[in-house]
Every structure is written in C-alpha cells, then in structure tokens.
Ligand binder design. Structure first.
Ligand SMILES: [Zn+2]
Length: 467
C-alpha cells in the first residue's frame, strides 16, 4: 500500500511540465517536488534533484505532468441516462432527468456517482463540482474515491415533477425539505477530509426557485460562508416561466433577489440576451460552460464570443452523460469556431487551445475562489496533478503540446492521477476503487432505476434497449 500512502514526499523528474502558471510556462526535462499535500518545487530536473536529494524519485521521461482537470459543473448520477435521452426529442431536463433522480434509491444514486468518479479519475480530473439532489444519501460514495469535491443540494420550491405536465406550482413544504437536506449536507460534509471536500449553496434554476427560496438559500450561504451556484437561462421553458411569473429575464430575476456576485457560478447562459450578458459580467458572475453534453442534440448555440468579449471567467464542465473533460475540451473547441458571436463572429481559430485548457483548469480554480491552491502547478499549491503518457499514436507528432491535448487528447493517455499529494491512479491502475465492481453495480443500478421510473411514471416509456 506504499503508493496510496505517498503522502510524504516525491520528486517527479524527466517530464514535460505544463505549469499553466501566469506565464503558461512549459518546462522540458522538468521536475516537480511534492511534500505532503503541496507542491514544494517546480523546475528543471537537474536543479530539483540537487535541491531535494533525499526525495524518492519517479522517472516520467516521455510523460507530461499537468494540473488535474477541474470539472466545474456535473451531475454524476445522471450517467443513469447515458445512451438514451441524447437520442430522444422533447425536454430532457424535466421529462427524464428530474423524474429519474426522484425515482432512484440512495444505493442506485451512489452506484452511478461512483461510476462518475471512476470515469473522472481515468480521464485526468482531480476536482468535481457536483450540484444535485438527495446528495447526502450518496456523497460518501464519492468522497471515498479520493477525488476533490464541491457538493451541493440543488434547492428548489417548485414541484419539479409537475413541470413536465406544464404546471409550475410553488410549495413551501417541498422547499423546506431541500433546506433540511442542505443543512444536513453542510454539517456532514463541508470542509471535511482535510479540506478536500467542500460544500456550495445551489439554487437549481430561476424558474424553480421563488423569491422566498432564493432568500433562504442566501441566508444559508452567508451563515456558512459558502460560494453559490445556479443553472441559468438553460431552456426556453425557464425563460418563459420567469417572464410570466416575474416579468424579468432569468438574469434580471436573480439580480433582483441578490443572487448575482463574484461568488456565483452560473451554468449554461444559453438563452441570455446581450443585456443579460453585460449584467452578469458587471457582477463578476462566472460561467460554467458544458459544450459536450449540450451539443449531443445539435451544436450548443450559446454565444460564447460575446461572453468572452464581456470579460467573463468561463469554466468548463461536463454536466451529464460523461465525466470526460477531454470531450468538453474537444467539442467546445470545435463548435465555437466559426460562430462565436461578438467580435469573434465569422470564424477564425478562437478560442485558442490555451484558452480552452485554461477553462478546464486555472479558471475553474478562480471560480471556486481557490486560485491560491488549485488550477496550476506552482510552489505552495495543492499537489493535484495528472500524468499523461505522450507516446500515443493519436497524440504524435507533438509540436505544440497544448494544441495536441485539446484537439486529440483522450483518457487513454492518462497514466497517473494525484490528488492532495496521493496517487488515486498510478501506472494505469485506479487505487481507490474496485473498478469491475463499480462498473457492474452501476450497470445494475441503471437498469433498476429505469424500471422504477417506468413503474412510477406511466407516461415515461422504457428506452429501446430495455423494452
Ligand atoms: Zn447542470
């Protein structure tokens, strides 16, 4: 068990070190020294060998060492829908995602969440930001995988199971159940595992949170000093409901209820107006952008160019159906070239590979208020890193490493992953989970969850593979 107990100190040498520091320095024949859970040195291999002669060394010749990905917005449990709703028409959010999340048992949610952690680690992710519901029933299963977590319970007081029938009904008792679960979550998980596990305050979305609910969530965020997150302008139905109920856009509605600020990460922005984008930028709201999932039913239409022009900090997430951040890098890069909006309209090669990679690493750290600890390989920061084996047919030749990673990287290149100074994956083997068991349990749980959904909601059919 020596590997898992690394903990003390390690000198990784001979690597191409992709620091992602302010200068975006890439060090050939580089080294990184790790003491406990922090980075003690970054530089040339020869220099660091002299400075840290006592350290055990790991030869990483032919490998790249980079900061682990920060998946800034995901719902791992929704892997239960993988390979189904991508190919169905109609509203997936309230038509399938919400109903199945209620139909599942804690055991089933836990099984899918652990599958998500396994996929995340195997694809080089070290931090997952997971807002969902019933989180206290399954989060421990994620914590045990060793991944860094920001957990939140997606507060709402609209009866979300009625929305697929066209009914918006706000119910205080329903909202209070969320608030109780949020308090339990904070007590059980916030700032635990030596700080590896944190909590956030989440409002599910403007259409499902009344002003009362948004106020309650704000009170809790202030009381526990938590950052906040929300889905924003995600669907035409949301925009319509907020217009009908409050005569506002979703962004204006959040502003009027004190839900905008530099501590807020808002996901999607798909139906934001130009004025909304200006408003959100003015308040310093971060944008969690999830191009891969959103594009599976056709290219995600958000006008990322206008958002970048406004100076917004854009961070990347997978949202659902995958935990593979290489997909977010690749698909985000492809779909936004040629139709960015704003001054980038008309094409070109923006966003650059560097900007895209930043969104998956250092920008994510900034959005969490943790740029002093995460997001780049620099002395004093947490040892959260990924080692890529560069000798892969799909990566070679490598002329510009960042470009190769963004356009052609995939989980097969991930050799080792370290979080908090400990390997959770080493030499291709995940150390914190029994992979075969995790996969088998997730498969069984997904089939059971679909049957349970079909049983409790007669209007929802089984997908083709289960009929
Ligand atoms: Zn989401």
């Amino acid at each position: 068990m020596a590997d898992e107990d690394a903990g003390d100190s390690l000198l990784i040498t001979g690597a191409t070190v992709l620091t992602l520091d302010d200068k975006r320095e890439i060090i050939d024949n580089g080294a990184i020294a790790i003491k406990g859970d922090r980075i003690a040195g970054v530089g040339l291999s020869n220099d660091l060998r002299r400075r840290f002669p006592e350290m055990e060394t790991l030869d990483a010749t032919g490998k790249a060492v980079m900061p682990g990905f920060i998946n800034s917005h995901t719902h791992a449990v929704l892997l239960v829908l993988r390979g189904t709703v991508e190919d169905m028409s109609g509203d997936a959010i309230f038509g399938y995602m919400t109903p199945i999340s209620f139909a599942m048992s804690d055991t089933e949610r836990r099984a899918l969440a652990r599958l998500g952690c396994l996929e995340a680690i195997r694809s080089g992710t070290t931090t997952m930001v997971e807002p969902f519901r019933f989180i206290t029933g399954y989060a421990q299963g994620m914590v045990e995988t060793g991944i860094r977590l920001w957990l939140s319970e997606n507060g709402a007081d609209a009866l979300t199971l009625k929305i697929r029938h066209g009914i918006y009904e706000y119910d205080r008792a329903f909202g209070e159940e969320f608030l109780e679960r949020i308090v339990t979550m904070v007590e059980q998980f916030h700032d635990t595992q030596d700080g590896r596990v944190q909590c956030q305050m989440a409002a599910h979305a403007p259409d499902v949170c009344s002003p009362w609910m948004l106020g309650q969530l704000n009170d809790l965020a202030r009381k526990h000093n938590l950052t906040r997150t929300v889905h924003l302008a995600q669907s035409p139905g949301e925009v319509k409901q907020v217009r009908v109920a409050y005569d506002r856009t979703p962004a204006e509605y959040l502003r009027d209820n004190d839900w905008l600020g530099s501590d807020v990460v808002a996901a999607h922005w798909t139906y934001c107006t130009d004025a909304d984008i200006e408003l959100l930028a003015e308040y310093g709201v971060h944008m969690a952008h999830c191009p891969a999932n959103s594009s599976r039913r056709g290219p995600h239409q958000v006008r990322i160019g206008r958002i970048l022009d406004a100076g917004v900090n854009v961070v990347l997430g997978t949202d659902n159906m995958t935990e593979d951040m290489f997909e977010a890098l690749k698909i985000g890069s492809i779909i936004h070239r040629g139709g960015l909006g704003g001054k980038h309209e008309g094409g070109g090669v923006d966003p650059t590979p560097q900007a895209t990679l930043d969104a998956a690493t250092r920008n994510g750290a900034r959005a969490l208020g943790r740029e002093a600890d995460l997001g780049s390989l620099e002395v004093g920061k947490k040892a959260d890193l990924t080692i890529l084996d560069l000798n892969q047919a799909y990566l070679r030749p490598i002329i510009n490493l960042v470009s190769s990673i963004v356009h052609y990287g995939n989980p097969g290149a991930v050799e080792s992953v370290m979080i908090d100074g400990r390997f959770v994956m080493r030499d291709g083997r995940v150390l914190t989970m029994d992979e075969n068991a995790v996969i088998a349990e997730a498969q069984e749980a997904a089939v059971a969850a679909w049957h349970q959904l079909n049983h409790t909601s007669a209007d929802i059919d089984l997908p083709p593979g289960l009929r």
